[in-house]
Design a protein around this ligand. Sequence first.
Ligand SMILES: *Cc1c(COP(=O)(O)O)cnc(C)c1O
Length: 371
Amino acid sequence: MNKDKSNNITFSIKQWVRPEIRALQAYHVPPATDCIKLDAMENPYQWPEAMVDEWLGLVKDVELNRYPDPSASQLKDSLRKSMAVPAGADILLGNGSDELIQMLLMALANKDSSGKGSTVLSVDPSFVMYNMVATYTGMNYISVPLNDNFSLDVAAFITAIEQHTPAIIFIAYPNNPTGNLFDRSDLQKIINAAPGVIVIDEAYHAFANDSFMDKAGQTDNLLVMRTVSKMGLAGLRLGLLAGKTEWLNEFDKVRLPYNLNVLTQATAQFALQHQSVLDEQTQTICKNRALLFAALSEIEGLQVYPSQANFILFRTRQSEATAIFNKLKAAGVLIKNLSPVGGALTDCLRVTVGTQEENTAFIKALALALE
Ligand SMILES: *Cc1c(COP(=O)(O)O)cnc(C)c1O
């Protein structure tokens, strides 16, 4: 390859790729073969063998030569029942809730007369995709810092609403990566103050004891987002947005017609017919979480944050997080190192709740790493 050519590419990229995209790092997923994988909030359990066999029989008849049902109407009906979507709310499906975030922001990205992008408002720390998709779509991303205990600073949030007039607000409930639920009455105040739409992202609903789903379709600007990913179906890529038909009709216009493939539609439909299997797994994960929380809390030098999700955030002694993370990795346990993010997450690590055996192996490796 001659030097001129590669210079040409560099030059061309600089000329044509938007500067904010050039400045990004692609979303990094670390390789995780042959290790205990506790980094991505996955459900660690498989289906019973008889259920897998039944599913294989069903998949056999899926018509791969045909385009999927663009409206996924059967699947919508099943999700409606499974997620208790109120009769007054409509639903919109996405290829994971990540795609729903993208659809929302594609529809809302706008520029004012001075060329400034419309605003996405959230809290910090929160789910990284809100910020990333805001960048992809040329929107202005603003986040309001959480309090030291990761509770919501509602006064500061309302001030930020007044100052920035956000087109959209995202609140993860429970929050990722902190695991807590914010105060419900604070969120109600934010819903009332929101000038545009507000999305309550309930990705971890299955592990939490509260939800805004019953308000979907009742409050004009409220959208409730769910995903099947954390319930044990991360590989399927299926998310749901519930709210007023008028809003969803607008967002549906930017949806690619066949965003949910035939295998996802058939498999999700099947899985929801066996909801009790998923529910049992979820219950087990909640029990495991309590044990993991207790075990972590007993380790000296860690600050452990209560969680209503399927992961636990904890803080190490100053400047120890990365070394501990690396020692765990060397011992074959992969968790998430959030310390490099900085700010409130400095010295923080996040572990997904795994099986009882995985959690025990993690605690053992952690105790050794701390020696
Ligand atoms: C995991 C997660 C999502 C994304 O879920 P997918 O449906 O897998 O795209 C959305 N929001 C939050 C807060 C999450 O943690």
